[in-house]
Design a protein around this ligand. Sequence first.
Ligand SMILES: C[S@@+](CC[C@H](N)C(=O)[O-])C[C@H]1O[C@@H](n2cnc3c(N)ncnc32)[C@H](O)[C@@H]1O
Length: 281
Amino acid sequence: MDTSRIAIDWAAARESNRANWEDRVPLHEEAYGIEQLDDPRHVTAVVCTDLAALAPILPGGTVSGLDVCHLQCHIGTDSLSLARAGARVTGVDFSPAALQSAARLADRLGIDATWVESDVLESRAAVAGDFDLVYTSIGTINWLPDLDRWASQVAALLRDGGLFYIRDGHPALYSIDEHAEGLQLRYPYFGDGEAQLWDDATTYAGDGRVDHQRTYQWAHPLSEIINSLIGAGLQILRVDEGTSLPWKFSPRMVQVPGGFAWPIAERDLVPCTFTVIARKP
Ligand SMILES: C[S@@+](CC[C@H](N)C(=O)[O-])C[C@H]1O[C@@H](n2cnc3c(N)ncnc32)[C@H](O)[C@@H]1O
């Protein structure tokens, strides 16, 4: 894999990314282990982690009874896990194939949910109603060029007093060469607005290959992420950093409870995830 930074029109980049995500859907339906959700008690590991992080801040400690908007919901495994925890869930994604897959899964499991096809950067106009919690996690804002616009959509989707939650790959992790033999910096930590161009037939789950290999992604330092939310009028309640993540970022990572981490001798050298919880006043 090689990457370079280029100036690209968002509409063209978005179409290229969408084609890539459409191709991933059947591969992820195979690789995500969605049959685990046939057990009515099953909730994904991602949502288990996120609900535990949210519990001390949520009124009553639970999403039960809340209206939740899940941005970039993909094939719905996390959305339906939130619904299993008692939330009324609206999942938003720009991939029709992902939403069809999510709807099929919801039907099979007998879970009510609403699915909305939209670019997340235009989601306020596409989604009906407002929400107690806007949720997004694991593989999200690296696909977006403009975090100020993203944060303004989040703020506009929230009711007064509502919470926003994000957990995702840490930008410091994304600057590391995933194939190097040790921890070695390769990619820019700071964004300059230009896209990183990737040509990659693989995906993070399973061994399948996609036809549409070209994607455009954007680096966002932690300061930009937090400042975009502050700029949209949200109050930051909590910021955390974690040492493991749910996907194998590098072949050198080892399995740990709930995901993958660097070998023990390197584990405290660099964060793997960040979490931000914010409130609309
Ligand atoms: C890595 S998945 C995140 C989902 C979740 N962590 C999971 O594993 O199910 C990224 C999702 O973002 C969606 N996506 C990427 N760019 C988007 C955009 N501009 N608007 C809406 N959805 C987008 C993709 O279709 C994909 O479903």
